[in-house]
Design a protein around this ligand. Structure first.
Ligand SMILES: [Zn+2]
Length: 175
């Protein structure tokens, strides 16, 4: 969840950068500052541990494209597999879990990749961090107009005026 205040803190701390500015600075009791209506995360922002703790199967399968990380099949029952088995101290973190079809999971069993003679098709990572503004999910695929709408709502909810914006520069043709 990213409040307007948090968005500003992220920019201030250099974790996000402003990609679009308002024509009027917002004023607060401590002074005025340029408000970032559209920001882009520059660095990975730590997700609170409570949220990070449990990785749902659905989120994992979605990250892996509903495909077995070992054989690549999209058929059959998918399971969550720990690369380093939990019995060997493997953690339930994004980097240590992959989607595996039931036969691959069974074949690997309680062994390491080397012991099982198996290889991963891709190296597992945490999904791209997602920015939430007032509970609304914002990601790279969201059009700027939706981002603006979300921020307008956030400003209104925070009891702040919604400023007039400089018209957006024409979007360069995508590569
Ligand atoms: Zn498989």
């Amino acid at each position: 969840m990213c409040t307007v205040r948090r968005a500003h803190v992220l920019v201030y701390k250099g974790k996000a950068e402003v990609i679009e500015r308002l024509d009027k600075p917002l004023r607060s009791s401590t002074g005025s500052f340029i408000w970032p209506p559209v920001i882009r995360l520059v660095h990975y922002v730590r997700v609170p541990r409570a949220i990070q703790r449990k990785i749902s199967r659905r989120a994992l399968f979605a990250r892996d494209g509903w495909r077995c990380a070992y054989c690549g099949t999209t058929n059959g029952r998918l399971t969550l597999d720990h690369i380093v088995p939990r019995s060997k101290g493997g953690e339930s973190i994004w980097e240590n879990v992959v989607t595996a079809c039931a036969p691959c999971n069974l074949r690997k069993g309680d062994r390491s990749l080397e012991q099982a003679g198996m290889a991963l098709r891709t190296s597992p990572r945490a999904p791209t961090p997602t920015l939430f503004i007032n509970g609304q999910k914002i990601d790279g695929a969201v059009p700027i107009s939706e981002l603006r709408a979300a921020l307008d709502t956030a400003l209104r909810d925070a009891g702040q005026p919604v400023p007039t914006r400089i018209p957006a520069a024409p979007t360069p043709a995508s590569k």
